[in-house]
Design a protein around this ligand. Structure first.
Ligand SMILES: O=C(O)CCC(=O)C(=O)O
Length: 193
């Protein structure tokens, strides 16, 4: 890690032990119904550089990058992970966005999780399984680097408070990254937003 996470962001290595992390990684690879979404960038239709999936309570729909996501029902392993993270943080989540980075050519570009349905100060709990990937945070207005974290197998990153108003985050493409990574961001979609 270079620099501690800034205010509102915490990083915990080894939140899940090795055996549990290996098991979840394999189950998520095999059982999640992964989608290759397409998005418009400068008027061009392109494949997103990662696979995604959206699971959650009925009605917990979420729109980002112009894509509306209606949730698939929780699978047993996703419900187990949701409950473990909720118990740890004392916060209830009703949905999870999953990202599957197949190689170092996959990534997610700078953004904040600031969609209206997440409310003003969302708690976002981000679990990582598989290959370690770099996660960058920068100031939203000055673009000054705020932190660079290596998100490891079994780790838990939490963003809360005003962190989505103050920072943007990304997982840059990394030609040196070996192997696949699965990330889960547990979220709470507020009713009627
Ligand atoms: O893969 C990650 O660690 C970040 C995912 C992310 O930024 C998102 O789902 O909004």
């Amino acid at each position: 890690m270079s620099g501690s996470p800034p205010g509102g962001v915490t990083y915990e290595r080894g939140a899940f032990g090795r055996a549990a992390s290996d098991r979840y990684y394999r189950l998520l690879q095999e059982r999640v119904v992964w989608k290759q979404e397409r998005i418009a960038i400068f008027g061009r239709d392109v494949a997103m550089p990662r696979l995604t999936a959206w699971y959650g309570d009925e009605g917990a729909s979420y729109t980002y990058s112009g894509l509306r996501n209606d949730p698939s029902p929780w699978t047993p392993e996703l419900a187990e992970l949701r409950d473990a993270v909720a118990a740890r943080l004392g916060h209830r989540f009703n949905s999870v966005l999953l990202n599957r980075y197949r190689t170092g050519r996959d990534g997610v570009s700078w953004h904040s999780d600031d969609e209206p349905e997440l409310g003003d100060e969302p708690v976002i709990a981000s679990l990582s399984f598989g290959a370690t990937r770099r996660f960058l945070l920068r100031d939203r207005s000055t673009h000054e680097r705020a932190a660079s974290l290596e998100l490891e197998h079994g780790s838990l990153l939490v963003m809360r408070g005003r962190s989505q108003r103050v920072f943007q985050h990304c997982v840059p493409k990394d030609p040196r990254a070996t192997g696949e990574r699965i990330n889960l961001t547990f979220r709470t979609i507020l009713p009627g937003r």
